[in-house]
Structure formats: C-alpha cells, structure tokens
Design a protein around this ligand. Sequence first.
Ligand code: PLP
Length: 448
Amino acid sequence: MHLGKDSPIVVTKTQYTAEEFIQKKIELLKDDAEPFFAVDLEDICNKHIKWITLMPRVTPHYAVKCNDDINIIKLLAFLGAGFDCASKGEIKKIIDLGISADRIVYANPCKQSSYIRYAKEVGVETMTFDNEQELMKIKDIYPNAKLVLRIVTDDSNAVCRFSMKFGADINTARKLLEKARQNDLDIVGVSFHCGSGQMTSKAFVDAIQNARTIMNYGMKLGFTMNLLDIGGGFPGNTGTENHFSDIATAVNQALEEHFPNDGSVRVIAEPGRYYVASAYTLATSVIALRDMVDTETGAMKYMYYINDGVYGSFNCVLYDHYVPEPKFLADNQSNEKFTSSIWGPTCDGLDCIHTSIKMPKLNIGDWILWKNMGAYTISAAVEFNGLPFGKPLYFMSKHFWDSVKDAFLPKLKKYQYETQLVRFNINECSNEVEDDMIPWLLEDSAED
Ligand code: PLP
C-alpha cells in the first residue's frame, strides 16, 4: 500500500492553520465522515529549513519508518534530504520514486540476507551493522558494501529505547574493526541512535565523543573513516522547538571539538519524528456515546466512541508511549467537565485512547482534533475490524510553495540532483479530489 498516493493536496490562496483547514472541511460535509489528517506541508518545509539552518553540517536522512507517506517522501526528496531505510520494502519505495541509491542509508544493523542482496542489486552501498555474524553475512553477499559500525549509546533518557537491542560497546567495536580488517571489508564510519524522543543533549555529545574514539581506532587499522551518522531522536512536537535548538547547539559544539570541519568526515543524521510529528493533525468524530452515573459521587460519566483507535492512527498509544491530547471543536456553552473515557471504533476492549479524562460533554457527530499525530501513527496502522484509519489531506498555500520552490530549486541544481530530482508538483498530486472539497477548491485553489 502506498500511503497518501491518492490523497488530495489542497493549494490555498491564503494560509490556514490545521484547525482552520479542518473546520472548513467539516463545514462542507453532508454526512458523518471517516477520520482524516490535515497535513500541513508548510510545517514540513519549515522543519527542513530550521534543520539546515541550525545544523548546516548534518545532512538529514529522513527515517522512512516514522511515516512512509509518499507525498512526504517526495517533498523531502525535493528539499534535498536523504533517506534512512530499514528494509527492502522501504528501499524499494524510495528507488521507485526515482530517488538515487546514494541518498539512502540502509540503517538496520540486523538484515535479512535477501534484503542485502536487493540493496546490492539497486546500488544501496551504505549499511549499518553491529555484530560479527552480520559482518560475515555481508562479506558473503556484498563484500564491497560501505559499512557503518553502530555503537551503543546511553538512551536512558529517551521515550523509546533501542540500546538493549542494538549497538556495539567500545570493546566489541574494536574487535569488529579488527575482524573487518582481516576479512578485507570496508568500514567507512560509525553510527549511533540516542533513543527516540531523547530528552537530553548530553546523550548526543557523549555518543559523538565515543564515535571519535572508535573512528580513531579504525583509522589506526587503515580504514578511511569518513562518515559519522548521529541517528535520530530529535523532538518534533509543537512546543519542543527550544529543545531541538539546544540539541543542535550541543551537536554543533561536539562536532567542532571532535570532528573539526576540514571536509574529511561527512556527517549525516536519521531524523524521523522531528520532520513529521507536528505536521499531522487528526480529526475524528464521536460515533457513539454512553452515559452513566458514578456510583460513588452520583455525577454523570460518559464513554465516547470515536472513528479511529489504537489499531489505526492511535497505535502510538501502545507502541510509542504517546498520550494524545484531545481538542474539542464543538461550541460548548458550559465550562462544566465530566469524567470520561475515549474509545476506538473496533469491538476490542483494548481499543481505548483515554481511560479517564475530564472533558466537556460531547454529542454524536462532534469532532475531536488531535495534534502532533504525524510520527509513528499511520505507518503502523491497520484496518482491523474493516475500519479505516485517518487518511491524509494535505494543504499548503500557493504563496509559501512558490517561495520554497524559488529557494530550493537552484540549490538542488548546485548539488547536482537535477537528473534525479523528484518533482513535487502540488497540483499534479491533486489527482483525486473528494466531491465535497470541490466547492472549496473552486473558490480557493490557485494554479501552480
Ligand atoms: N534510525 C533508526 C535506526 C531508528 O531505529 C529510528 C527509529 O526507530 C530512527 C532513525 C528515527 O528515530 P526518530 O524518529 O526518533 O528520529
């Protein structure tokens, strides 16, 4: 399935916030509707601009697993990002879009043999590893691969930790370098991941220092160590801007200290949630409700059933430790709040988004908005019980898109991406427009 393939992109004359965009869409609805995401493409562009401004030495390779929406991939390719792929499926997705293989890092330290063969076939050279068995597997299948040694980090301050599963410690890393040397393999650099949703900049600073130690040892053994991959873990929700700036400052300082900018080492990163978290606002509606009396207090309590749940977009509640915050669109005359629970639409009791939350009284058909829903949501969603999850509906103002095009096209040419440039033509993508969007599009869309 190609997520986002047939979803409309609305080019607007004026700028909209996600909430305004959703309001407008809802006003046009004739009946109850499926859940949908308002995807703010300006937000994605602004994230990229912020990244290259604050960390100009670090080339982002977007972690496709975070949200494999085809239009986001195309937009990021247009802006000049590379891609971190975890599997044959993700590599194929990028290659099929015409993006060249040298913009891909195969960043999964434990890979299926046939996937390594596929990477070789399509020319993806750079791949990570962290153990001897993987090293010897790659020697058999793809001895010319450019290997990146993933080292362990202290990810104790991250929301999602990985170091119990991946990463060589310093002693193991030394042994792996020696083994690779004996087997005539090519180790080109070091990578790490400080854990997704990393709360401290120190984790990055320490890992950069450790990477330097390992790269020094590799150079002593005769490797040309010219790649440092600082992984993902950067925050992406609205309100985390200062935290991101702090990490960027710390990374820049650590690079300056351990990897002075003399052109000998290329620095890349694998940000996922940073790029997409805040751009996606999910709109769900209340499809059913039950009221009851709290036996202890005598107060009214409510159970709300909405049209997306933990098997769909809200799988982040289970897998990503996320506590999504509802925003209510209904005009509530009263400020009174009631103890409530919010449930997904399937027949499963596990399908619960909030077990207990104080909120105003809603009615069937009322809409609930959920911000910061772009990371680790739709990429892991399924249509359990035959129920669809939120489909993307993209928006961007014509004015903003024109300025982005002006800024990025010449730059892409400079970087010689011309031949492999993935054209992201907003109007070309608007190939299928929902009926109820037509009046709005006629009145408000602009020609590209
Ligand atoms: N790189 C690798 C190897 C990962 O496993 C992940 C997340 O699982 C990422 C990058 C993206 O991390 P984040 O979304 O925290 O930036």
